[in-house]
Design a protein around this ligand. Sequence first.
Ligand code: COA
Length: 383
Amino acid sequence: MVEERHMDVVPGLEGIPAAESAISYIDGEKGILEYRGIPIGELADNSSYLETAYLLVFGNLPSKDELASFTEDITLHTRLKLKILRMMELMPEAGHPMDYMQAVTSLMGMYYPARDTLDEKVRAASVVRLIAKLPTIVAACHRLRHGDAPIAPDNSLSFAANFYYMLFEKKPDPLIERIIDVILILHADHEMNASTFSSRVVGSTLADPYTIVSSAIGTLSGPLHGGANEHVIYMLDKIGCRENARAYIEDKIDKKEKIMGVGHRVYKTKDPRAIILQGYAHKLFDRKDAKNAEMLGIAEEVEKVVEERLSAKKLYPNVDFYSGVVFKGIGIPTELFTPIFAMARVSGWLAHWVEQLKTNRIYRPTQSYIGKHRQSYVALEDR
Ligand SMILES: CC(C)(COP(=O)(O)OP(=O)(O)OC[C@H]1O[C@@H](n2cnc3c(N)ncnc32)[C@H](O)[C@@H]1OP(=O)(O)O)[C@@H](O)C(=O)NCCC(=O)NCCS
């Protein structure tokens, strides 16, 4: 008899620490999220995405000079190589923007070899290139899929404004520019989620950063990870008007169906990011030129019913509940919600990669084998 080693398998590794990390912190009971110890609300009020990205990757807020030089570096690397754009032109228009993003990130690795990941300079240059180029890839992919020519970055604009400009060929007004920056800040890191774990696992093999980010993008593309905000929009569209919200949601709850954008594995109160986005949704929809303004009213009515019926189960709106509403309000097409999430999260993935390499040990978990032993080979003709 072969000796069996019996071990308890924890599905999804829930509650198992996969690494020591000093990057972000969540207290799910109190609704706290911090990056490097700074509350997310303070960053959303005062920081920019590039400053937050620097904080995550390098561990401290940059000095004036450090921020200026990081911003300049990023700005000077936003353009895509002509050959990469040509390859993108040949990709199928029906492909999902997440697939474009994953494929093009992988392709970038062939143009910018970064195999010596233990070299600090190689790491820093890859951090800059990846953060700088993902918005250009998302915007170019969106335009190409709709038969339009990609727009080159305008280096006189901020990171957030430049993304909007490359998408829509016009500059955003200050509120929209700020909203894009805040959305990027809010999605930049979220401790040990699936795509971050994936970037640490791939990073632990000393694979190059383009491979790491393309794996993380692939992980994020699954509907159980990115993507719930798209479903919130479909739900709000289906509800149609504020008056229909109560009956629709009560019926779903009675049928034990899940409400999209509600509930979280870690947060047992309202997600702090949802609170910030709801505030921006009000600023946006108070304006006369607001698009899709009725969505906010429907969303808030849904939240009211969810609070009445589900707060006993500690189910509250998560970030996706309001991010879709805000995205729609600034005119972002639904299929770009998850790519923008990836564009933001890349700084978190890279921060975890850099941290992983400091004390690296290749990930090699074990398993609990439940298969057979000592089976005889049966010849093909006898099966
Ligand atoms: C995020 C999510 C997967 C977390 O799930 P979880 O912590 O594993 O919670 P469970 O699925 O075990 O659910 C616990 C209970 O709450 C209920 N519940 C969880 N999310 C719910 C939701 N969105 N709507 C209604 N009920 C919900 C479950 O039915 C279950 O009820 P029961 O105890 O009566 O069976 C889950 O809340 C969900 O699917 N939410 C909707 C999708 C979403 O918004 N995802 C984005 C997350 S950022």
